[in-house]
Design a protein around this ligand. Sequence first.
Ligand code: SF4
Ligand code: SF4
Length: 82
Amino acid sequence: MAMKINEECINCAACEPECPNEAITEGDEIYVIDPERCTECVGHSEEPECVAVCPVDDCIIKDPQHEETKEQLQAKYDKLHG
Ligand code: SF4
Ligand code: SF4
C-alpha cells in the first residue's frame, strides 16, 4: 500500500527530503504523496522514513485505496531506480 498524508499535516516539510523515491511534494494545502512513487520504503529500508520523521502522530497512514503486496512495492522501487 502506498502511504497517504492526512489533514493533520502541519506543513513542517520534514518528510520531503527523507523519501528515497521523491514521492513527497508540497501540495496546495498539505504535503502529498504520489502513490505511483511510494513503496512504503520497500527496497530502501524496513520502515517508512516519512513516518519516522513526522512529528504528528498518525498523520501519515497506509492508503487503503492503493493496496499492494510487498512484491509489487519492490517491483515499483526497482522500476523507479532502474
Ligand atoms: Fe517516501 Fe517511504 Fe514515505 Fe513512501 S513511505 S512516501 S517511499 S518515505
Ligand atoms: Fe506534514 Fe508530517 Fe510531512 Fe511534516 S512530516 S510535512 S507534518 S506529513
